[in-house]
Write a protein of this length. Structure first.
Length: 389
């Protein structure tokens, strides 16, 4: 969640998806403003980024939400100037109904309000009840068990329905998601602009994730796993800027062939009913670390991958409407002199990528379409299928 009070002061925002760091001038902040957010039913906390040239006051209206640091049992915080050290914490919502807290920020004679809405417990289905299980969505790889793995899923509202946006397997020791998985088509991409609202993921504690209001220390981009351009509707684009969606990625990869791959994936999604996408990073064997804004060490991946499962109802290509493709990138610069040649060099079957990274990528396909279809889709060599090129 981001709060900003105007009156001078500036900040900087970075970019994933192949972008470069873009400074934000003080003139870009013109009023007291902050955005409303929605969180899951679980208890959690969220830092607040306050930018102000003078004194400010932040108050809360709900007894289940507390502000820290505070002098009156968590209801009011006061300070002066810029800070990122104020946080709000909320208890678990045991009710089946959503609940909303109002936050009010006053600074330099201006006041604005924002809401934090917490979903009801029964309104957030499909999260695995035990480690190592899966909701059964086609895009999900195997959900790994163990204390170092946390399955997290984000959703959004559309036409009165709650729809899954993306899910990930979080590694607290590495401070990166091993993979991020999501469905993709024109409707899910939506319309809008890149928000650049960098923020903590409200589904994890701040201690479990890096702090990345600015770029990693060590010369790495904040590389998105689900690209900002894959979720353009404002409320969902904001979530692509959660720190849990970032990995430390060389700009020579992030801003070059990786960005080309992201564009190709969106192109494929535009010509099918649904494209199920898995984007992941490989940390096994890594000896390099990047550092977040507070100096915490983050594992630098040795490689990245993308796997897609294309579905067209009554489609004539593939097997029962399904086709698959996988790509693997070493964490290095790739030649841009011949993009098509470079892309085909790193393309492989889903089976081949699974053998390389040791992850079962689309385990639910066999349940949905049958084992024969699943086997055929996963072993097919996409370099011999003209559709992809």
């Amino acid at each position: 969640m981001l709060l900003a009070a105007a009156c001078g002061g500036g900040s900087s925002s970075g970019s994933g998806d192949g972008g470069k760091e873009t400074p934000v001038t003080p003139d870009a902040v013109v009023s007291v403003a902050f955005r409303s957010v929605e969180v899951e039913y679980n208890k959690g906390s969220q830092f607040i980024n306050i930018s102000a040239s003078g004194s400010w006051k932040l108050t809360s209206s709900a007894d289940w939400l507390t502000i820290s640091p505070s002098k009156d049992n968590g209801k009011t915080a006061e300070g002066s100037g810029n800070t990122t050290s104020v946080s709000v914490s909320y208890t678990e919502n045991t009710s089946s109904s959503d609940r909303t807290a109002t936050l009010k920020l006053t600074s330099s004679g201006k006041t604005a309000t924002a809401t934090l809405t917490q979903k009801g417990k029964e309104a957030t289905p499909d999260t695995p009840s035990t480690p190592g299980t899966s909701p059964g969505w086609l895009e999900l790889p195997e959900v790994l068990s163990g204390t170092n793995h946390k399955f997290v899923s984000h959703k959004f509202a559309s036409a009165g329905r709650t729809i899954r946006s993306f899910s990930y397997d979080w590694s607290t020791p590495d401070l990166v998601a091993h993979w991020v998985a999501y469905p993709l088509n024109k409707a899910l991409i939506g319309t809008g602009n890149r928000t650049d609202l960098w923020a903590y993921d409200p589904q994890l504690t701040t201690a479990e994730q890096p702090t990345l209001f600015s770029a990693y220390k060590g010369g790495y981009d904040r590389g998105h796993q689900i690209p900002s351009a894959d979720r353009l509707t404002y409320a969902d684009n904001v979530k692509t800027f959660y720190f849990t969606n970032m990995t430390p990625q060389l700009n020579s990869l992030n801003g070059q062939i990786w960005a080309t791959a992201e564009s190709k994936v969106r192109g494929w999604a535009s010509s099918c009913d649904t494209l199920y996408v898995v984007t992941g990073c490989v940390v096994k064997g890594s000896t390099k670390k990047a550092y977040d804004n507070n100096g915490k060490a983050v594992t630098v991946p040795v490689g990245y991958y993308k796997a897609v499962l294309r579905y067209v109802k009554n489609g004539t290509l593939g097997y029962s409407g399904y086709m698959g493709l996988a790509m693997y990138f070493e964490h290095k610069a790739y030649s841009q002199s011949n993009i098509t040649k470079s892309m085909t060099d790193i393309v492989m079957s889903i089976d081949a990528l699974e053998a390389k990274i040791g992850v079962d990528l689309f385990p639910n396909l066999a349940t949905v379409a049958g084992k024969t279809v699943s086997d055929n889709v996963e072993k097919e060599d996409p370099t011999k299928v003209s559709y992809w090129w």
